[in-house]
Design a protein around this ligand. Structure first.
Ligand SMILES: C[S@@+](CC[C@H](N)C(=O)[O-])C[C@H]1O[C@@H](n2cnc3c(N)ncnc32)[C@H](O)[C@@H]1O
Length: 233
């Protein structure tokens, strides 16, 4: 089901969780223009440190890997060799249309599926590593997405995250508060003020976390946090 609003398509995607689906709807913005402009928009930030951060973060990936909200596939060239398999999920077909699976490391079987993070079409304890980069800002229901991450991670598995989050205070926080709706309209539903670390921590154990600016990007999407989290035992 898709509803066209100008150049933006809002998809309501029903996804089976297992063979016994409730098939709930998740709203996803799928814009042709947004998908085409995504990599150019991020270019300066990638050059000024995020590409390197992706590489450092993904060096921790092991075994069977799931990436949620894979976008245009910017992480693909940064995965290490020797993974058992790599599954990318991306609910927006126009973003996913830019993904080139040939950019995955040689010898790693990679595939793309259309699914929202809130309803991952995989069984419990299916993956050793889950990757979320710049995604929990945009998903419709971040709490539900993190609970799905915890569900499909194996015991001993790990979430690797890189996200922009709510500023702690000052003029940046004030600007986020004022512009949150306008930014979401511009940036395909991205919320610049999410407390994503708290959302992860409510359901998982944070193992490591770092924080810095997102250089080369608008002030409203700073700071960046990255690190790893494990399912609670
Ligand atoms: C800012 S982009 C990040 C793309 C990529 N992960 C990266 O690091 O460049 C956010 C992505 O989340 C996707 N997205 C939106 N809603 C989602 C949902 N409910 N579940 C999973 N991904 C979603 C968008 O289509 C988009 O590709």
């Amino acid at each position: 089901m898709g509803e066209e609003t100008g150049r933006v398509r809002r998809w309501n995607i029903g996804m089976p969780i297992t063979e016994n689906p409730p098939r709930p709807d998740v709203e996803v913005v799928d814009s042709r223009l947004g998908a085409a402009l995504y990599n150019p928009f991020l270019w300066a930030g990638e050059k000024r440190g995020v590409a390197e951060l992706r590489r450092e973060l993904l060096a921790g990936a092991r075994g069977a890997v799931l990436e949620i909200g894979a976008g245009t596939g910017l992480n693909l060239p940064h995965y290490p060799e020797g993974l058992d398999r790599l599954v990318l999920v991306e609910p927006a077909s126009r973003m996913g249309g830019h993904i080139d699976l040939d950019r995955a490391p040689a010898g790693v079987p990679a595939r793309l599926e259309r699914a929202p993070a809130e309803y991952l079409p995989f069984g419990d304890a299916s993956f050793d590593t889950i990757v979320s980069t710049l995604v929990l800002c945009t998903v419709a229901d971040p709490e539900r997405a993190v609970s799905e991450v915890a569900r499909v991670l194996k015991p001993g598995g790990r979430l690797l995250f890189l996200e922009h989050v709510r500023a702690e205070g000052g003029w940046r926080r004030a600007m986020q508060r004022r512009s949150v709706r306008a930014w979401a309209g511009f940036a395909a539903g991205c919320r610049c003020d999410r407390e994503t670390v708290a959302t992860i921590e409510a359901q998982m154990r944070i193992e490591s976390i770092e924080r810095d600016s997102w250089k080369g990007m608008p002030a409203i999407v700073k700071p960046l946090v990255w690190g790893s989290a494990a399912p609670r035992t």
